[in-house]
Design a protein around this ligand. Structure first.
Ligand code: PGA
Length: 250
């Protein structure tokens, strides 16, 4: 049985003092869960989040990183820098980064490799636009994004990647994919992994759903056959609401 992994993606929200208060509240509300809990916070909150989460079951991640280790890349943060303060996870290739910051399948692939090379666990985001979905291209788009992101990675690392299937039309829009549609899309990603890397990897790899997940729809989504938890944006900003999502099976 695969574990369920529920990750919050705060995006560009929350200040350090809010981070401390949030994690103090959340840690009490999720302390008994068997699910894995991750918060991906802005760079400026990482240190405070890591300090406050010590001794709790909450793990801390970043939302992006550069693939180079160091050098003349003004404004960027490397995997090595994140690892040096004990960050454990990093979101790679979120659709907002692909859309607004020119991330490509190639940079996503380089970032996945650099994250592992530095001991970070990547959360790889893939997802189709509304136009692609309406042209029946969703499956082709998400399996291709997955293939290119994992290209050339050592086989034993593949099932350490967490994949988040996030249909772009469902992110921040209040429109959630139906649990059947989300489950089917995730099955197609898992099948692609099965074709490329075999049964064991495909059966182990965690694939989350993201896009307007909230406490009212989490249970239905996360209890399908192939959805192994969620990447949660807006609904992760309030500890009580995020805790209900984490505790969907309690
Ligand atoms: P949302 O965002 O839950 O606000 O739709 C999800 C995400 O972008 O990771």
């Amino acid at each position: 049985m695969r574990r369920k992994v529920i990750a919050g993606n705060w995006k560009m929200n929350m200040l350090p003092n809010e981070t401390i208060g949030y994690i103090e509240s959340l840690s009490k509300l999720v302390k008994d869960t068997e699910n894995e809990v991750i918060l991906c916070v802005p760079y400026t909150d990482l240190f405070y989040a890591l300090m406050t989460a010590q001794g709790t079951n909450i793990k801390i991640g970043a939302q992006n990183m550069h693939f180079e280790e160091k050098g003349a890349y003004t404004g960027e943060i490397s995997a090595k820098m994140l690892k040096s303060i004990n960050v454990e996870y990093v979101i790679i290739g979120h659709s907002e980064r692909r859309q607004y910051f020119a991330e490509t399948d190639e940079t996503v692939n380089k970032k996945i490799k650099a994250s592992f090379a530095n001991g970070l666990n990547p959360i790889l985001c893939v997802g189709e636009t509304l136009e692609q979905r309406e042209s029946a291209l969703a499956e082709e788009v998400i399996t291709k994004q997955t293939r290119l992101a994992l290209d050339g990675l050592d086989d034993e690392l593949i099932d350490k990647v967490i994949i988040a299937y996030e249909p772009i039309w469902a992110i921040g829009t209040g429109k959630t994919a139906t649990s059947d549609d989300a489950n089917n899309a995730i099955k197609s990603i898992r099948n692609e992994i099965r074709k490329l890397y075999g049964d064991k990897v495909a059966d182990n790899i965690i694939i989350q759903y993201g896009g307007s997940v909230k406490s009212s729809n989490a249970k239905e989504l996360f209890e399908t056959s192939d959805i192994d938890g969620g990447l949660v944006g807006g609904a992760s900003l309030v500890p009580e609401e995020f805790a209900k999502i984490v505790n969907f099976n309690n």
